[in-house]
Design a protein around this ligand. Structure first.
Ligand code: BJ8
Length: 384
């Protein structure tokens, strides 16, 4: 067995995918391919894909435009919301600029109120997401909202989205999810095959690949290559195994992953929206009613905007066992009330039912807390 020193260059390619995608997005626009921007995992991507549109995640991950956003929005607001609004307002995000329509949802209060202002400079459609996953009324509401989104896309782009098109898009997204699931399942290996930082690069980068068939092939090839090398004995050093949960991370908030891994642990699983929350469950391809199949998958996403949010606990329960997790880090973006309030529930579950250490950290899009993050992570890893 030899300790792995070099990682495949393709990780860097995935890390650069967001930037490399700018030119691709421009090319698509020149070819008149519609572009649909999204801010949330609840958005059923299958619908825009079914009409041949490109779908792009617009959640901003740096503090570059927060100052501009704070001219319109309160300072004491989640950085994800302020930064996303700021990139839209200043036209500094090419993906936002090229998006013909932005689809939002009534998730947290901050986001849904921000969309009212965003609608002043962009075509924004907000889907009415129920606050609970319980009961037929919630299900019907979400199913109807999905059908309404289809109608809105058809009208805006003067096209017809057939059920056969949606079925093909469901199949494509399921294959994409399966490829990514198989990739992040490498995190189950003990000792690990790759770092959490590299898992995140692939998960984040894959959201900016517009040729989805090609992206599936790349992820499958990467998984195969790492598995083969692992079987030949190339492994990473065994360290305490960490699961990350909470608010979405990526971009500047990768500082949390770095702080964990620089201080003696490996991140083996990402439960949050850049990871399993968005990917783990497939859409049923058996159901005749495609809208029902979509509603079932998307409404079951375990976000803290739901009350109660049992599906987050169910996912954590499974992942902690399957990934042999030694400790859980809950990442809360500043002023995110729903995730902040839910920390108590997650702590009780992790410390109580699973009997492993838990830590919640609150952070923002600045780099000023890196020293503090390092100190806290070093102490956390030491107590595992
Ligand atoms: S499904 S996690 S992407 S809502 S961090 S903006 S909740 S104040 S991002 Fe999210 Fe959809 Fe849920 Fe996922 Fe509000 Fe909290 Fe900010 Fe958040």
């Amino acid at each position: 067995m030899e300790l792995r020193k070099e990682l495949p260059e393709i990780f860097e390619e995935f890390a650069e995918a967001r930037r490399n995608g700018f030119m691709l997005a421009k090319d698509l626009k020149e070819k008149n391919v519609p572009m649909v921007g999204t801010f949330c995992t609840y958005m059923p991507q299958e619908l825009p894909l079914a009409m041949g549109a490109a779908v792009v995640s617009l959640c901003a991950t740096s503090d570059e435009t927060i100052g501009e956003a704070e001219k319109d929005l309160p300072r004491n607001l989640c950085p994800l919301i302020k930064s996303s609004y700021g990139f839209g307002k200043t036209d500094k995000c090419p993906y936002f600029y090229f998006s013909d329509i932005v689809v939002g949802e009534t998730t947290c209060d901050g986001k849904k109120k921000m969309y009212e202002y965003m609608g002043e400079y962009k075509d924004v459609h907000v889907m009415q997401l129920p606050n609970t996953q319980i009961g037929q009324d919630s299900f019907n509401l979400w199913k109807n909202e999905i059908i309404k989104l289809k109608d809105i896309l058809e009208e805006k782009f003067d096209t017809k989205i057939t059920e056969d098109h949606i079925k093909s898009a469901i199949n494509l997204k399921n294959r994409e999810r399966t490829a990514l699931k198989n990739f992040y399942a490498l995190g189950k290996l003990d000792p690990p095959a790759i770092t959490g930082g590299d898992i995140l690069k692939v998960l984040y980068g894959s959201t900016f690949k517009f040729d989805r068939e090609q992206s599936i092939k790349e992820v499958e090839a990467l998984t195969q290559k790492i598995t083969e090398e692992y079987n030949e004995g190339k492994v990473l050093e065994r360290k305490p195994r960490i699961l990350i949960t909470g608010c979405p991370i990526g971009g500047v908030t990768e500082k949390v992953v770095k702080a964990i891994e620089d201080n003696g642990a490996n991140v083996v699983f990402f439960e949050n929206c850049m990871g399993a929350k968005a990917i783990e469950d497939l859409v049923s391809e058996e159901k005749e009613d495609v809208y029902e199949a979509l509603a079932e998958k998307y409404l079951s996403i375990g976000c803290s905007c739901m009350t109660p949010n049992d599906n987050r606990i169910k996912m954590l329960d499974r992942a902690i066992d399957e990934y042999k997790v030694d400790g859980v880090v809950d990442v809360i973006l500043q002023a995110c009330h729903t995730y902040a309030i839910e920390t108590l529930n997650i702590k009780r579950f992790v410390n109580g039912s699973k009997d492993i250490p838990y830590m919640s950290i609150e952070t923002d899009y600045s780099t000023s807390d890196i020293g503090q993050l390092n100190t806290r992570m070093a102490a956390f890893v030491e107590m595992i």
